[in-house]
Design a protein around this ligand. Sequence first.
Ligand SMILES: Cc1cc2nc3c(=O)[nH]c(=O)nc-3n(C[C@H](O)[C@H](O)[C@H](O)COP(=O)(O)OP(=O)(O)OC[C@H]3O[C@@H](n4cnc5c(N)ncnc54)[C@H](O)[C@@H]3O)c2cc1C
Length: 347
Amino acid sequence: MDQNAMGSMTATDVVVIGGGVIGLWTAWQLAAEGARVQLVDAAMPGQASAAGGGILAPIPPTGYSQALVPLLEDSLRRYPGSCEQLAMRTGISPEYWVSGCALYGHPVIETANPPSWLRDASALEGSRGSHPGAGVWLPHVAQIRPPRLLAALRAACDQLGCERWQKQVRSIDLQASRPVVCLADGQRLSTTHLVIAAGAWTGGLIPAAETRPVAGQMLALAAGDYAPASIVIESGRYLIPRKDGVVIVGSTLAIDRWSTEPDDADTRALRAFASQVHPTLAAAPQISCWCGIRPAPASLCDTPMIGPLAGREDVVLATGHYRLGLSLAPATAARVVQHVAGVTASA
Ligand SMILES: Cc1cc2nc3c(=O)[nH]c(=O)nc-3n(C[C@H](O)[C@H](O)[C@H](O)COP(=O)(O)OP(=O)(O)OC[C@H]3O[C@@H](n4cnc5c(N)ncnc54)[C@H](O)[C@@H]3O)c2cc1C
């Protein structure tokens, strides 16, 4: 890292604000392209990425906007190879698994060219839970295990020399020719490129990137051999079985809520949902319960904000991924890298 004449002003190629899945994946890819990367993360309680379920498809898998489809398809195509690379290089497997998904309560309209996650859909025999009608089997829906994906990304960043700092960004100064990141401890980081991936907190740093918090509560159950064989989504709620018998039950959707304190009534509702959909889960011991804060765009639409801030090619936003940030991380990172490379080449 270069120190400039002022001593406390540090110059680096790219500063990334945010160590959730979007910031980490982007930092990893920027570092892989040879950029000198500094990642600053405040370890805010309620980080969405660690709290997420890890289903790699929209939830529910129907009813998404058409603007989302190409970005998501690009991301899902990158997932298996990236996870393999992460596991090989870091020894930490993100547990990418095409477990398939049984979908109830959401009609799947047949189209000539369905997105990958709805391809080869077939009717499920019999009824389930509160839905007397048959469900739909989606064989291509995959999942990852978020805490393991994040651990692998952190290790991959470290291997490539990316500096990760646990510090809070107080503000961003865009008065000078280069962006300056002002840390709460008084330090100022001057950078060639700035990537803002601060999740639900982004709007507090850059008001033009208005974000809204949408809290989500989850449970983990120790189901052992009694776990469902695949992901089950029913009327917007879901069960996600992991390979070691843990089942994740999610989730609630509390718009404009910042609290990360699990709510007892929500816990009871999630347990009741799990038992109704997969009755053997009624006896499964609860391992843990948590809340995360999804970063939603102000309009609550499903398409994130990825690209330069108006009038500043050197400041790139990567936020507003709402319910789909884990799924969209690889394509988001690719777009940010492409932008930074383009600006660097034309400078
Ligand atoms: C309950 C739940 C279930 C979900 N399930 C899924 C799913 O199955 N599939 C899917 O694709 N998506 C899912 N999501 C959505 C997904 O988790 C999010 O869209 C994604 O994690 C957003 O990532 P992010 O990096 O933008 O934000 P975050 O993960 O929230 O990371 C933002 C980071 O910025 C840091 N930060 C904030 N402010 C500052 C500051 N001032 N200075 C320094 N650092 C700062 C924070 O410490 C934080 O680490 C789920 C989310 C929740 C809550």
